[in-house]
Design a protein around this ligand. Structure first.
Ligand code: ADP
Length: 472
């Protein structure tokens, strides 16, 4: 079964406390082990020294002519201290002398035969009676060279004071560790609470930011720390969303506005035609022509709107395929000539052949059509429109030039914007598009890695150039 703690604050706190607990236990354990080792080693050194000194003293006393029992007694009494006792035995385990002990201490000696004669043997024994206090003994079989006799010298001390000291250390650790953990837990909880407070505030504020109200921003306490950067990034996202939403609203508003004109014109034409019971054929024909014109304009607008909306959403199904730009230009020119001839405008076309290109044929065709359409529409009667296809500087260039009135300098920077028209109130505006044609041209050019520019515009005419990469 997995157990999950939902609160980040609780998880952080538990993590601190666990890490600290491990650290304290390891450090405490190490201190205890080191301390015990040092203290016990010091005791052992003292006992080994005592055995050594006792041996020398015994030897000296015997050399001075004392008998073994006296020598043993005087050595035991002289060398014993409050902490250390001394006893001297014969090799068959008979006690010759021992220093005074506290009370009736009975210590079990190991079998004498097991005591080595060369070195001092150290052993820990537990007192038989009492509460089982531990003692440390140092024993050595001593052969006195001058007298060729062997005795067992035993030095001992109680381990009780040292055991108690270590016990006190353990008890202290047993208090200190939980208190330290408790304090660390409280501190960690408080710290986590403080650190996470901005996140809680951000979540609260983010909840209040909705689709209708994207103007709110998250509070940024310290823009340099991680949370500040998160809030900053989130605010940038909101900024972009707000911008996109406002663009979309503007798009909708402009689109509805633009669609209204052809619909109103269509309705008016139909109403006027229907107002009188009888009309002659010419009048009906005229009304139907107006309706047909406006329906065409409307369908072009809807097409452009739909294409641009899908382009924005990134859902336009672009299908790239190999094609020849010269063929497309030729086809579009042929179509444009039909409209142009009604205004006595000549459309001429020249340039390179076999200009292979990889792109969306339908979009490229619409791009060229829009440029040519504009050129023809803005041309005066009898003027000339040229379309040239070049391959220069590692790029294809489609250059559409007309002899129209040109575009005023102040309008030039805006003509590629959506719904932008140079003179929306002019009488001709009724027949024009919704200001989407050049926006679409620009999008198609960008989509194919190219660009469109108004390379020249004066009262002698305008020239638009589309550059596309040579990728075919
Ligand atoms: P629309 O689809 O309404 O024609 P466009 O985006 O194609 O809109 O053009 C934007 C504006 O630029 C229009 O108002 C139009 O008057 C002007 N324009 C475009 N092409 C030419 C041109 N060749 N000569 C003069 N004006 C032009």
């Amino acid at each position: 079964m997995t157990f999950r703690i939902e609160s980040v604050r609780a998880r952080l706190t538990i993590f601190y406390v666990l890490v600290l607990a491990v650290v304290l236990l390891v450090v405490g354990g190490l201190i205890h082990v080191m301390l015990a080792r040092v203290l016990y080693a010091r005791i052992d050194d003292g006992l080994v020294d005592l055995v050594q000194i006792a041996t020398t003293s015994l030897d000296n006393d015997l050399a001075e002519g004392q008998d073994i029992v006296d020598a043993a007694r005087s050595t035991a009494t002289e060398l014993a201290s409050q902490q250390q006792m001394l006893a001297i035995y014969t090799t068959d385990g008979r006690l010759l002398a021992e220093s005074a002990r506290d009370g009736d201490l009975e210590i079990a000696l190991p079998p004498v035969a097991t005591v080595p004669s060369t070195s001092t043997q150290l052993t820990t024994v537990t007192e038989r009676r009492d509460r089982g206090d531990r003692h440390r003994l140092a024993m050595r079989m001593v052969t006195l060279p001058t007298h060729a006799v062997t005795y067992l010298v035993v030095a001992g001390t109680s381990l009780e004071p040292t055991d108690e000291e270590l016990e006190a250390v353990r008890e202290t650790l047993a208090y200190v560790v939980p208190i330290a953990l408790l304090l660390a837990g409280l501190g960690g909880w408080f710290l986590a609470h403080r650190s996470l407070a901005p996140v809680v505030a951000m979540a609260e504020r983010a909840r209040r930011i909705g689709g209708e109200n994207l103007s709110g921003r998250l509070p940024v306490a310290n823009p340099k720390d991680e949370l500040g950067r998160l809030a900053g990034t989130f605010n940038e996202l909101l900024e972009r969303l707000e911008f996109a939403m406002s663009q979309q609203r503007q798009f909708m508003a402009d689109a509805s506005h633009e669609l209204r004109t052809p619909i109103t014109t269509t309705r008016t034409a139909a109403n006027v035609a229907l107002q009188q019971r009888h009309r002659n054929e010419d009048e009906y024909r005229h009304a139907l022509e107006v309706i047909e014109q406006q329906a065409t304009r409307l369908s072009r607008m809807v097409d452009d709107l739909f294409t641009l909306a899908r382009a924005d959403a990134g859902t336009y199904p672009v299908s790239r395929q190999p094609m020849y730009l010269d063929e497309i230009v030729e086809e579009v020119v042929a179509g444009a000539r039909i409209v142009a001839s009604t205004r006595q405008v000549r459309v001429e076309h020249f340039g390179v052949a076999s200009a292979s290109f990889l792109g969306d044929e339908e979009l490229i065709r619409r791009m060229v059509t829009n440029l040519l359409d504009n050129a023809v529409r803005h041309s005066p009667t009898g003027a000339r429109v040229t379309v040239e296809l070049r391959a220069a500087g590692g790029r294809h260039a489609i250059v559409v030039a007309d002899q129209g009135p040109g575009i005023p300098v102040e309008n030039q920077p805006h003509i590629f914007e959506r719904f932008y028209r140079v003179d929306p109130s002019s009488s001709r505006a009724r027949d024009e598009g919704a200001g989407l044609g050049l926006a679409l041209v620009r999008w198609v050019a960008h989509l194919h890695g190219g660009a469109v520019t108004l390379t020249n515009s004066s009262n002698a005419g305008s020239t638009f150039t589309v550059e596309l990469p040579l990728n075919g």
